[in-house]
Design a protein around this ligand. Sequence first.
Ligand code: HEM
Length: 399
Amino acid sequence: MMTKENKPDGGLIGWAFNHLDLIFSILRWIKPTVVFKGKAFVTRFDDVTEVLDRDWVFQVPYAEKMSKVTNGSDFFLGMQDTEQYTRDVSNMRLAARREDISEIVTPFVNNTCMDILAASSGKMDVVQELTRVVPTRLLGRYFGTPGWNEAEFTDAATSMFEYLFYPDNPEVEEKALVAAEKTRNYLDQTIADRKLNRIQCDDVLERCLKLQDADMPGMRDLDIRNNFIGLIIGAIPTTSKSAAITLNHLFNHPELLVKAQQAARVDDDAAMVQYVQESLRLNPFAAGIQRICAEDYVVAKGTMRTTKIPKGTVVLAATQSAMMDWRKVDKPSEFRLDRPDYIYMHFGYGLHTCFGQYINLSQIPAIVKSVLKQKGLRRISEMNSAGPFPVSLGIEFDI
Ligand code: HEM
């Protein structure tokens, strides 16, 4: 993944990373798919969806790193569309059900945010004290894996995410592999403890063990551990960053902030979702999604922009650019609350669309709403990032 926050410093490349929007808008006009030195950048909406739809041609590149994180196995985001992929996703969909969102996730997130804000002194670092904490606590309640220590567990997920989805960096790798070992040991212990003491607690771990009781293939202890590692990595840093980005965008636009606060105070949850979607579209989580081209392929065949992508090319399906393509998104620079869902690709597109997409559309707006509800809300320090993830954003409110 490529983001403004992990840009190389200085020089032309540094400048380019700081001006991705401009570069993508020029490319969408003059050369919508660029192939250069073994890499390809796909920038138009239709072409980005074409790439992400052809999952056997444009394959996920994560298996090797997933194998290091899981210690020799894989997790379904690292797999192509194989029997094992379908088995593992299906099992986890049985254990983490859509109806849990209204029954478990939304009430838990609302209550957790309320408790944290009520206990605060009216001055807080919203990243350290809220956006990082809530998704981790949700994993505790909903998955049955609170972690060995809340902050360390959150850091572990964050460093494994950085290792898996950002360019190679030996320091990041070293830290992530230590975190991975600790997380594997923690999960082994948690699964073993639960099996000794099966409680009447309805969480994802308990449901996985019920599937194991029924001899469901793909539900051995090791399989459960692999699934949980991937889900933990996917759930924490992404949610925290998305909530922080949204709040920061609103603070940068006081007229939007006022309207969003009004919507929050009347619990207009549909509007909250749109505030999140638009804030992330204009300040994307990442520039795009990486794939490896497994065979020679011609993108946008039959059009003036048709381009051949050779086998072996590393492809960036630039979702950031697609969501700014006026051919599909009316007046893309405007912040609008009435855009259709299908223009948003924050949670990916095609086979590997985010497993947590419906959780996200509950959890992220709920975190944002809880902050916006505070009276006299003001930002007291800018959002800061370490690597790709926000680490601080100071706020104050009346108590
Ligand atoms: C509870 C929270 C989350 C969980 C459990 C989760 C988990 C996952 C999983 C398991 C996948 C792989 C799906 C598959 O292979 O079929 C995935 C994909 C993805 N997720 Fe999430 N995720 C969460 C939150 C988020 C958030 C907040 C974002 C971004 C703002 C995000 C962005 C993505 C993207 C872009 C992909 C596609 C990756 C690709 O195709 O290469 N996720 N997520």
